[in-house]
Design a protein around this ligand. Structure first.
Ligand code: SF4
Length: 243
């Protein structure tokens, strides 16, 4: 079974409009400098695993008021038997969202085909250019896999969102517009502010995030290419009004 390294019983903010549990899986093939989960990416062997039965029992106990469970990481698709975990979760009757960096399109297709996910949230780290993507993910990247994941998700018919963490030293407004153009017609694109705390690369801690108004402007620009775009934590009605 996939090792589970963290569990939050309920969250009102993780899956918009839903009360959701969160399951954290270790290991990631990326090394994003701003990553807030270095314990899951670099030092996961030091963390105790939580037995899956404990989590399944908890979800069953809460099933009357719980809407869903978010499986995040790390990068969940790093685990070859992820489908077995998702099947256990689906068998409780709960909705399942998977968070991913989009580097394993074959696994995403497999999970969608088997109806093991109700929603996918995929990070798009940068414009779909190899050099830029590698700069932000911190590792060598196959951009074709990222593009394939985007294609699979947009054609899946299930709920989805794409999202980008925006740090001033990495991405500017043109980059965000490039990303939005590459997911033209997408249902939902979320801009997230970089936050200088618990970063994998401690040099990121000194970087000041973009002001809110700037992020809203980025979302306004990106919103011309997708059905819905906002800054995480902002309502739809604010987009493009306050900058
Ligand atoms: S932020 Fe980057 S390094 Fe951290 S879990 Fe996500 S993809 Fe992996």
């Amino acid at each position: 079974m996939v090792p589970i390294k963290g569990f939050i019983e309920n969250s009102l903010i993780e899956w918009e409009g839903k009360i959701a549990s969160i399951i954290f899986l270790p290991i990631c093939n990326f090394r994003c400098p701003y990553c807030h989960a270095p314990h899951l990416v670099q030092t996961h062997n030091e963390l105790e695993s939580i037995p899956v039965d404990v989590i399944i029992n908890k979800i069953r106990q809460n099933i009357d008021w719980l809407d869903g469970v978010v499986v995040t990481g790390g990068e969940p698709t790093s685990h070859r038997n992820l489908d077995a975990l998702l099947k256990l979760l689906k068998d409780t009757g709960i909705g399942v969202r998977l968070d991913t960096n989009g580097t394993n399109p074959e696994i995403l297709q497999h999970l969608i085909t088997r109806n093991l996910v109700d929603c996918i949230a995929m990070d798009i780290k940068a414009p779909l250019l190899k050099e830029k993507y590698e700069q932000i993910s911190g590792v060598s990247c196959n951009i074709e896999e990222i593009k394939e994941s985007i294609r699979i998700i947009m054609g899946s018919g299930i709920e989805y969102e794409f999202r980008t963490t925006v740090c001033p030293t990495q991405l500017d407004g043109n980059d965000i517009e490039d990303i939005a153009r590459s997911i033209k017609g997408a249902k939902r694109y979320i801009i997230q502010s970089f936050k200088p705390n618990h970063c994998l690369d401690t040099r990121m801690l000194d970087i000041k995030p973009y002001p809110d108004e700037k992020l809203k402007y980025f979302a306004f620009t990106a919103g011309r290419y997708v059905e819905y775009c906002c800054v995480r934590g902002e309502s739809k009605n604010n987009i493009g009004r306050d900058w």
